[in-house]
Design a binder for this molecule. Structure first.
Ligand code: WTA
Length: 653
């Protein structure tokens, strides 16, 4: 691609080599893109190996900066205040543009509102909002005054919201009354009030909310009550003058809860300088964003993609973007293509599940639109199957666009393995090459690093600026989850690398293809859901004795959820019970986590040491009926259980 920031592989290779061989020089050069109140003096101080002391990650030591200043003030001072920050597109026929000046004023005012609620540097603010402009505004207002935001995706239930609020000890919650998602009204106030009640009743959590600030988005959700403070009223009384709090490099910026293979969701911690540099630098290079471009990411700010590639990366680059409240199929499957033509979008970033869903409606929808403004198409959240990749490239990109299949995680803060438009020759299904500063290592089952073409555990050998700094309040879990890898016999096979939790294949050209999780995490429509969380939710059903959950291939969602449930003696798995079990998951986690299929399990297949043999369950869930295809079943305590499970699988629903 002519004029791209990186225009060929030779240039990529040179920059990549420099990022590893001369990191001070490389990041010194990249640092010029930002405003630093005080410049850093030491690039990083990192220890991954717990035997040498606590695992610790620090970048850009000695610096002082602020992400809201870099995202707003800096552009305004450069005379770009009238540039559009957001073209907001509502669920239905509503839209509005916001300039950088307008967003700046909202951010300053809301920062003052937070201060008036007693929020100061280091305090946590919970945000539970739909995709309205107030969502990135609230995040940036926190960043401006050094408060730590903890955004909870609007699809989570009252229970899930309450447990996240309690864990991060937020005293202020910012929410909305309600919002339409396609044709359905989501009553956020009801959910918030339930979460509030749960918190008040939970003596153990010993935490309550002091204020609930409500954006009045949809009056159909009912009138505000005494405990709700309207956003607009608070904003009307707030000053638009709010000085910036200059933050140290490692001051916390935000917490974002994500699922792991065990236990409750963990609060992933990101800090100031490293995250700023990583989100903004990856945004610029991976989307080849140039001044004047219009960029659109369809993710929700409740997930990491919305944090790094709506609120921070693009804003720090002064980008103009579309902020979308709706869903891609409403009112018709042409919605995305209409929006792309309406704003002449140059970069479009979405998830494979959306591509597969739009693909299922037929190519006439994209083909009925011009789409000629598009230059880069991004993909994130799950592996993109070659068929969807080709459809995306052909019918949306018209064979003229670069596809950026970006592999990364909540924990990595930003893109890690990804093509660079204009430079990286593409291969469907491959996230291709590591970004600058990223040094992957593929380990074999003994923990040995492999060379050349191979497959195995994907790990990262050295720190990068956007790496998570911890799990909130749990150093031990942080060290165990991300820096220690064990084999089947529970022997530690790696202790000095970042463990991604993903498996991966590298081909002879050094291209990486991410093949899926190695732990018990299911990726449904790009949403990460822990089997442990699902199982604990199912066990809340009063007649459930035990439950085991696995993923199975799904043509649109990528993976779907399959639950095996053992009921108390005398209880049958009727359609009502199946429905009730799904309802329990909806209320414990959220509708997006409800199992697709549930079957009765007279017992679960276990090893002698009591471990559930998920491998067998995965085969049954995938529809395998021939026991000879189940692999080694010699360690199962009661092999007859397989036949019984297969019999019951016929009634899964
Ligand atoms: C998966 C989302 C294949 C992977 C940014 C990872 C992917 C998990 C890709 C992180 C990709 C994400 N190809 N798999 N391009 N992108 N994943 O934390 O399993 O919600 O570990 O972050 O999604 O999900 P998370």
């Amino acid at each position: 691609m002519a004029g791209a920031y990186v225009s060929n592989m030779a240039q990529y290779n040179k920059m990549y080599r420099q990022s590893l061989d001369e990191p001070e020089k490389f990041w010194g050069m990249m640092s010029k893109d930002f405003y630093w109140k005080e410049m850093w003096h030491t690039l990083n101080e990192v220890n991954f190996d717990y035997t040498k002391g606590p695992v610790s990650i620090k970048w850009f030591l000695g610096s002082k900066t602020n992400l809201a200043y870099n995202a707003l003030d800096r552009h305004i001072e450069a005379g770009k205040g009238d540039n559009i920050a957001f073209y907001w597109e509502g669920n239905d026929d509503e839209s509005r543009a916001y300039t950088y000046n307008e967003v700046y004023e909202m951010v300053c005012k809301f920062a003052n509102v937070l201060k008036s609620k007693g929020i100061k540097k280091g305090d946590t603010v919970a945000i539970y909002l739909p995709m309205v402009v107030e969502l990135p505004v609230a995040m940036l207002a926190c960043a401006r005054i050094g408060a730590v935001h903890s955004v909870v995706f609007g699809g989570f239930s009252a229970d899930a919201l309450a447990s996240r609020v309690a864990d991060c000890k937020a005293r202020v919650l910012v929410t909305a009354d309600g919002v339409m998602r396609a044709k359905k009204l989501v009553n956020l106030l009801d959910i918030v009030d339930n979460a509030d009640k749960i918190l008040k009743a939970d003596k153990e959590a010993n935490h309550k909310l002091d204020s609930i600030i409500v954006v009045e988005r949809n009056s159909k959700a009912g009138p505000l009550k005494e405990q709700h403070e309207p956003w607009n009223k608070l904003m009307a009384g707030a000053s638009a003058d709010c000085p910036v709090e200059w933050m140290d490099a490692e001051d916390p910026l935000f917490l974002l809860y994500t699922s792991g293979s065990t236990g409750k969701p963990k609060g992933v911690l990101h800090t100031t300088a490293g995250y700023m540099v990583w989100s903004a630098t990856t945004f610029k290079y991976v989307f080849d964003y140039r001044p004047g471009d219009v960029y659109w990411c369809t993710a929700d700010c409740g997930w990491i993609t919305g944090h790094s590639y709506i609120t921070y990366g693009p804003m720090i680059n002064g980008a103009t973007q579309v902020l979308f409240e709706g869903v891609p199929t409403h009112p018709t499957p042409a919605r995305c293509w209409e929006i792309i033509d309406k704003y002449k979008v140059n970069q479009f970033y979405t998830a494979p599940t959306a591509v597969r869903s739009l693909m299922s409606f037929g190519e006439q929808y994209p083909e009925g639109h011009s789409l000629k403004s598009l230059r880069v198409l991004g993909s994130v959240g799950e592996p993109i199957n070659p068929e969807a990749w080709r459809w995306y490239s052909k019918h949306v990109g018209r064979g003229q666009c670069s596809i950026s299949d970006t592999w990364w995680q909540t924990e990595t803060g930003g893109h890690m393995i990804t093509p660079l438009p204009g430079a990286t020759p593409q291969k469907p299904g491959f996230a291709t090459k590591p970004f600058f500063g990223v040094e992957p290592a593929i380990l074999d089952p003994d923990g040995k690093e492999q060379d050349g073409a191979c497959a195995g555990y994907l790990t990262i050998k050295r720190s990068w600026p956007g790496q998570l700094r911890g799990i909130y309040g749990d150093q031990e879990r942080f060290e165990k989850t991300y820096f220690q890898l064990f084999n089947g016999a529970n022997e530690m096979i790696s202790k000095d690398k970042y463990i991604t939790g993903d498996a991966c294949r590298r081909d002879k050209d050094g291209y990486y293809c991410i093949t899926g999780r190695i732990d018990d995490v299911i990726n449904v429509s790009g949403h990460r859901i822990g089997t442990a969380e699902l199982e604990s939710a199912l066990s809340q059903f009063e007649h459930c004795v035990e439950a085991a959950v696995v993923g199975f291939p799904h043509p649109i969602k990528g993976e779907a959820i399959y639950a095996f449930v053992t009921l108390e003696q005398g209880y049958e798995m009727t359609p009502e019970v199946q429905k009730a079990l799904k309802q329990v998951v909806r209320s414990e986690i959220g509708a997006f986590a409800a199992p697709d299929k549930i079957q009765f399990a007279p017992a679960l297949p276990k090893t002698r040491s009591g471990k559930i043999m998920r491998r067998i369950l995965r085969r049954i869930a995938a529809g395998v009926t021939d026991v000879s295809e189940f692999g080694d079943i010699s360690t199962i305590t009661d092999p007859s259980i397989i036949d019984e499970l297969l019999e019951n699988a016929k009634h899964a629903s």
